[in-house]
Design a protein around this ligand. Structure first.
Ligand code: PMP
Length: 363
């Protein structure tokens, strides 16, 4: 076959020259770069998922439940228990990772002629999914210490009138959370949808924005994932909580049967073991605090984190220091913030390896 390149293809002009999202997937002993839970699922969960998938496999000649009702009911029960807010399956929607959830939100509420605003640095997929859906991206800076001035945020939202606002809490890659009282200002100012991206909520000391749903039913969408605390990144299951009308809107853009029968069965089985999986959250939070203390002891400047990762500096040349970590067998993340790198909290042994390497790397 003749070799063709991107330049030979009739690609959309606005996608030319763009790079795909991608953390390097390197085969390195200590991998602390994608904010996963370092603990593999417990044996009982693996057995339960295996059995559930076996049962689902017997019906693979049929399409799955298009509305994933039973899974949404289980997710509603989990969120009701963990937030104290009574939710039903009508408040829940699920997709292949919260990235697909965010994409569906932008397909329904963003799009050509519309805009989405986010407070940077934040999760880099927000602008990428905006670009993919032809939604104008409105980057808005955080303070130099990466905290968010919520009065100013509300003012900018009021001035710019974006159709979608992203607030990530805890924020990836900087780690801080937004108190609910501070969110209210942005919710009041926003003319459209406010997505609170709570991918790391289980690690946070702040209550969930789910508590504000009753007050802002036509604006608020809370996005969640099983990829982080739930140790289910490979299973690809993200979800959201919102008013039922928001879910009606997403049904207009979702692909039919987007969630496979295998995914639905596996996620339901994993949810039955939530208590066992989430037991690791406390361990990881304690390890995070230990790593922060140790980094301080080594003369680094870690950014206060409410999640399972820590952004820290300063490095004269962060990409060079990142490479040095790799050479020392530790894969962390260069998120493109000058002078800083981000480390995911791993097992105590992995964190020790990271801290050892931290003594060696150039600053
Ligand atoms: N939101 C944030 C803030 C994230 O950090 C991530 C994963 N890095 C996601 C959403 C997407 O995760 P997933 O698609 O695995 O649910």
């Amino acid at each position: 076959m003749n070799e063709v390149t991107l330049d030979d293809l009739p690609l959309r002009e606005d996608l030319r020259g763009k790079s795909p999202y991608g953390a390097p997937q390197l085969d390195i002993p200590v991998r602390l770069n994608t904010n996963e839970n370092p603990y593999p699922p417990p044996d009982a969960l693996v057995a339960d998922v295996t059995e559930a998938v076996r049962e689902a496999a017997a019906n693979l000649h049929r399409y799955p439940d298009r509305d994933a009702v039973e899974l949404r009911r289980d997710l509603a029960a989990y969120l009701t228990t963990s937030t104290g807010v009574a939710l039903t399956e009508r408040n829940l929607w699920a997709a292949n990772g919260s990235n697909e959830i965010l994409q569906q939100i932008l397909q329904a509420f963003g799009g050509p002629g519309r805009s989405a605003l986010g407070f940077e640095p934040s999760y880099s997929m927000h602008p990428i999914i905006s670009a993919g859906t032809k939604t104008d991206w409105v980057p808005t800076p955080r303070r130099p210490d990466f905290t968010l001035d919520m009065d100013k945020a509300a003012e900018i939202v009021h001035t710019r009138q974006p159709d979608v606002v992203f607030v990530t809490s805890p924020n990836n890659p900087t780690g801080g959370s937004i108190p609910l009282a501070d969110l209210a200002g942005v919710l009041k100012a926003a003319p459209g949808i406010v997505v609170v991206d709570e991918a790391y909520a289980e690690f946070s000391s702040q209550p969930s924005a789910v508590e504000l749903l009753a007050e802002y039913p036509a604006k608020l969408v809370v996005s969640r994932t099983m990829s982080k605390a739930f140790a289910f990144a490979g299973g690809r299951l993200g979800y959201l909580a919102a008013a039922p009308a928001v879910i009606d809107a997403l049904q207009l853009v979702r692909l039919p049967y987007h969630l496979s029968a295998l995914t639905q069965a596996a996620a339901r089985a994993a949810l039955r073991h939530a208590d066992a999986t989430l037991a690791s959250v406390h361990k990881l939070a304690a390890e995070r605090d230990r790593v922060v203390e140790a980094l301080l002891g080594l003369g680094f400047t870690p950014v206060p984190s409410d999640a399972n990762f820590v952004l820290f500096g300063r490095f004269a040349d962060a990409p060079a220091s990142w490479k040095s970590y790799v050479d020392n067998g530790v894969l962390i993340r260069d998120v493109g913030i000058e002078g800083h790198l981000r480390v995911t909290i791993g097992t105590p042994e992995e964190n020790d390896a990271f801290l050892e390497a931290s003594k060696e790397v150039p600053r």
